[in-house]
Design a protein. Structure first.
Length: 192
């Protein structure tokens, strides 16, 4: 089925089209959400909000981009809304996820290469430090960095999702990397 026909079926409210949409995008949307908000329950809640927004807004989709780009844009915006609404304590809820018993889905590969308990704890601590540093970046840099390095999106996909120019995306990515490097260098210097 072509994307145009699929979109028409969604707009017509066909149950089979909505089922197909969930099958095709549920894991991808959840992956994006957990990249921004590494807490499984919160990411699941946001993903549900994303699909509710898609169902409510499909008639507004103009077709200027691919359907997948539009969906990722909604997911990114919902994640940012969630982050903005939370107070500072809630903003660091992902620390509990990383340091607690629960490891974010699809991020477990970081911890499974060596199964020694000491190595696993050290990797969790490093991940917590990195996520904390990412969270201190200005929002525009954090979005670009998260989409590129955690969600593995190309710069062109990021341009389509964020609506920013390619040069702006490249500049924000450069500043994000530089900022993270400085923050992590400062942290490791203070540790020694």
């Amino acid at each position: 089925m072509s994307e145009a026909l699929f979109i028409e079926h969604l707009r017509a409210g066909k149950q089979s089209a909505f089922s197909q949409l969930l099958d095709d995008y549920q894991q991808k949307v959840f992956g994006t959400c957990i990249s921004f908000v590494p807490n499984k329950e919160d990411a699941e809640d946001i993903a549900q909000e994303v699909f509710l927004e898609i169902f409510k807004s499909i008639h507004k989709f103009k077709g200027d981009s691919k359907l997948s780009t539009w969906i990722y844009k909604i997911a990114t915006n919902k994640c940012l809304e969630f982050i903005r609404k939370k107070n500072t304590k809630k903003r660091f809820a992902f620390m509990q996820t990383i340091m607690g018993n629960e490891i974010p889905l699809d991020k477990t590969s970081y911890f499974t290469e060596v199964n020694h308990p000491g190595i696993l704890m050290e990797n969790k601590e490093k991940s917590a430090i990195i996520f904390k540093a990412i969270n201190t970046l200005p929002e525009s840099q954090r979005v670009i960095f998260t989409l590129a390095k955690i969600d593995d999106k190309s710069y062109q996909e990021i341009v389509e999702i964020t609506g920013k120019s390619l040069s702006s995306v490249e500049s924000l990515m450069f500043r994000a990397k530089k900022g993270l490097q400085e923050k992590l260098e400062d942290f490791y210097k203070s540790e020694n």
